[in-house]
Structure formats: structure tokens, C-alpha cells
Design a protein around this ligand. Structure first.
Ligand code: PMP
Length: 406
């Protein structure tokens, strides 16, 4: 039986915070369990040295733990081999790596890239820059009135010139869940590549990149119980092998002379300089913790929390919920606007009651423009979210409406 209040006890921050502090902003970044803190501390306290360099015990031990973390992430995401997992700083860097290395090598004038109206800026701006520099044409897969991405709307955009389709498996604002499998099938039919932004899916539901069939998949460690400063890029082996390096310097070379350099094997070709190996080891512990909970159970818990939040929010006078109302198609976020209350005012008033939510455009300004709003409020849920936190949110919204006479 899934027990969020017991799971909470694995997170030291909740025992140091006030017992009624409601943390509803895990979509921005999650809290960290003891297992992650301990794995990182063990390296710093028990045997720290740079990886890939020393022939002495501490360095060899750190290298072995770094390799084990890569294997753990590969297993968690269903990557056929650990070598197809490249460690980056975050999902943003993974997407930039793709836009620079893949995009600037394989895409040019006349080629079409399809992205969606609901993308996070991390999967938007790198392609805007590619279009500006290289004359690539961008097309935007529109959202439906319910905030979903429907396949007939995609079919209307795909042409023989489509070279890349890139989209979020779960929207960080609307919560919209989009199944990559039929998108990949459509891309294959015209020889296009597919990037899945898994920043809001990998932390929250079972993901198997081999089954999805996408060419690339990205996510961020800090949103999935891991530390900041570590991100993931999964890629098909032959594509990673064909792509040039993104950053150059130490570790990513095979040999260097006065006249040039040759590149190391994948994934090291894409990991220039001293990597964030302690953070990678922390991420390895995080995915181990998630595997123990079971990603199916994590998704079921979040679906329940989301359904409850959507139901309670729908009873608030003047509230407009963004995204699909069906929790089946909705990841663990609930974004909303309330008539005549600015989301920032709401978030500040909620903060006074110990409730943390996000207010603003959530790095999805084009989406907000499309929805005809400038900002929204967003509550988001994770492994440790409990029902009372959502009740506190609703009480807080009621109080804010009274204070602001909305
Ligand atoms: N894509 C999505 C869907 C996101 O929600 C986020 C983070 N909010 C990102 C990309 C970027 O993640 P990061 O800031 O960790 O690079």
C-alpha cells in the first residue's frame, strides 16, 4: 500500500520544516531523500578524487561509482546500453547539445522542425536560434481547446521536408500527457527524428526509451529527487556516434596534437571537462529510490492527487483550470487562474500560510500567449504529496478571495 506520509519521513527537509508546510512546487524542483544526500556525502567524506584520472584507490572508486550511476540511469530509463546515457548539467543543456550538435550538423535551409505550442522555453529557444541562424523552418503543433496535442493536428503539419519533431511528453503547465509512440511512427514514415522532452515524465511515470522508440530523450536530475547540476541525454547509438562534440577540452578527446584532436568514444565525447560526478552518483541513488517505490505506484499516487486537486479547484468560484480535466491525461500538475486575482498575489498570500506554489509563466510564455493570459498559478505533486496539502491550498485560495474580495 502506497503511503505518502511514511515516504515523507525519508526526506529530512520535511522534519525540519513546520509540520503544516505544504510544498506544492515539485515540478520546478523536487525535495531530496536521505538516500541521495548520503550517497553524495559518502563520496565527499569517504573517498573523493577526480574520475578517469588517478590510478589510485579514491579515483578508481569514484570512477566506479560514476559508471554505476550511468548504468542505474540507463536501467531506469530503459536505455539498451549505459553508453547511450550522456550526463549533462540539466535538460536545458541536453536540448542545447542537440540543437548545436545534431541541429547545426544535420539541419539546414528548407528543413522543417515541428515543436509544440506548449513547450518549455528549454525546448523552444534553442530551435528559435537554430531557425534564425540556419534558415530552418519551425512549425508549431497546436494545442486543442482542452489543451491536448491531437494527432490529426500533427498530421496536418508533417511534410516530406519534416526532419525533426520535438515535444514534451508531459507539459509542465497544462499537465498534458502525450504518447510518443504514434508520433515516432509518423516521424519514421517521413524519415524524421524525434526528441522527447521527458523533464516532467521521467520523474513521475514509468518510462522506457527503447519502447518509446524516440531518437533522443532528455531529463533533469533535480526534478527526480536528485541533486542540481546533473541532467541526462539519451540517444540512439548511431546518432550519438555521428554527431560532433558540443563542448571541447579535457576528457572528451582521444588524442591531441599541435595541429588537431580526435574524439573520445560516446558518451565521453559529450562530457568535456571534469563531470558533475558526485551529482551523477546522487542521481544514481535517486533513481534507485524511485525504483524501490515503483514508478507505476508513483504515477498512480500522483494521478489520485491530481484528480483530487482538479476536483477541488473546479469548485472554486472564478477558477479556470488549464489543461485536460481528465486526470488520466494529466501529469502531476494543476495550473489555474482565478478571476481578478493575480497569480503572484495568490502565491504570496499562500506563502504566508506555509503553502508553496509557483506563479508566473513557468518558462512557457508562448503557451500563455496562446491561452490569452500572461501568468498562471501552478500546484504540483510528487511522491510525498498528501491530501491535506491540497485541502490547505483550497482553504488558502478561499481566504485569498476574501482578502482580495474577488
Ligand atoms: N522541459 C520541461 C517540460 C520542464 O518542465 C523544464 C523545467 N521546468 C525543463 C524542460 C528545463 O529543465 P531544467 O531547468 O532543469 O534544465
Amino acid at each position: 500500500m502506497y503511503n505518502a506520509s511514511q515516504i515523507r519521513q525519508d526526506f529530512p527537509i520535511f522534519s525540519s520544516a513546520s509540520p503544516r508546510a505544504a510544498f506544492l512546487d515539485s515540478a520546478a524542483s523536487s525535495q531530496k531523500p536521505e538516500a541521495v544526500l548520503k550517497a553524495m556525502e559518502d563520496v565527499y567524506r569517504g573517498g573523493y578524487a577526480n574520475v578517469h584520472r588517478g590510478v589510485y584507490a579514491w579515483s578508481e572508486d569514484a570512477t566506479a561509482r560514476y559508471d554505476a550511476a550511468r548504468a542505474a540511469v540507463a536501467r531506469f530509463l530503459g536505455s539498451p546500453t549505459p553508453e547511450q546515457i550522456v550526463f549533462t548539467r540539466n535538460a536545458t543543456e541536453s536540448l542545447n547539445l542537440l540543437a548545436y550538435s545534431y541541429g547545426r550538423t544535420f539541419l539546414g535551409k528548407g528543413d522543417e522542425v515541428i515543436l509544440t505550442e506548449l513547450e518549455h522555453h528549454a525546448n523552444f529557444v534553442p530551435w528559435l536560434e537554430l531557425a534564425r541562424e540556419r534558415g530552418v523552418t519551425l512549425k508549431f503543433w497546436p494545442i486543442s481547446a482542452q489543451g491536448t496535442l491531437e494527432l490529426d493536428a500533427l498530421d496536418a503539419l508533417i511534410t516530406p521536408r519534416t526532419k525533426l519533431i520535438t515535444f514534451a511528453q508531459v507539459s509542465n503547465v497544462l499537465g498534458t500527457i502525450t504518447d510518443p509512440v504514434p508520433v515516432v511512427a509518423r516521424a519514421r514514415a517521413v524519415g524524421a527524428r524525434v526528441i522527447v522532452d521527458g523533464s516532467q515524465s521521467a520523474p513521475h511515470m514509468p518510462v522506457n526509451v527503447a519502447e518509446l522508440g524516440a531518437d533522443f530523450f532528455v531529463c533533469s536530475g533535480h526534478k527526480m529527487l536528485g541533486p542540481t547540476g546533473i541532467g541526462v541525454l539519451y540517444g540512439r547509438a548511431e546518432l550519438l556516434a555521428a554527431m560532433p562534440p558540443f563542448l571541447t577540452g579535457g576528457d572528451m578527446i582521444s588524442s591531441v596534437t599541435f595541429s588537431g584532436a580526435t574524439w573520445n568514444e560516446v558518451p565521453l565525447k559529450f562530457e568535456a571537462g571534469t563531470p558533475a560526478f558526485v551529482e551523477a552518483i546522487g542521481l544514481g541513488a535517486a533513481v534507485g529510490y524511485l525504483e524501490k517505490l515503483g514508478m507505476g505506484e508513483v504515477r498512480a499516487h500522483e494521478r489520485e492527487m491530481t484528480a483530487y486537486a482538479l476536483e477541488r479547484l473546479s469548485e472554486v468560484p472564478g477558477a479556470r483550470i488549464l489543461g485536460p480535466l481528465d486526470a488520466e491525461r494529466h501529469g502531476g500538475v494543476a495550473a489555474f487562474v482565478i478571476d481578478r486575482i493575480h497569480p503572484h498575489d495568490l502565491a504570496s498570500l499562500l506563502d504566508q500560510r506555509g503553502i508553496s506554489i509557483r506563479a508566473g509563466h513557468h518558462c512557457a510564455q508562448p503557451l500563455h500567449e496562446r491561452l490569452g493570459i500572461t501568468a498562471s498559478a501552478r500546484a504540483s505533486f510528487y511522491v510525498y504529496t498528501e491530501r491535506w496539502e491540497i485541502d490547505a491550498l483550497i482553504d488558502g485560495i478561499d481566504a485569498a478571495r476574501r482578502i482580495l474580495r474577488a
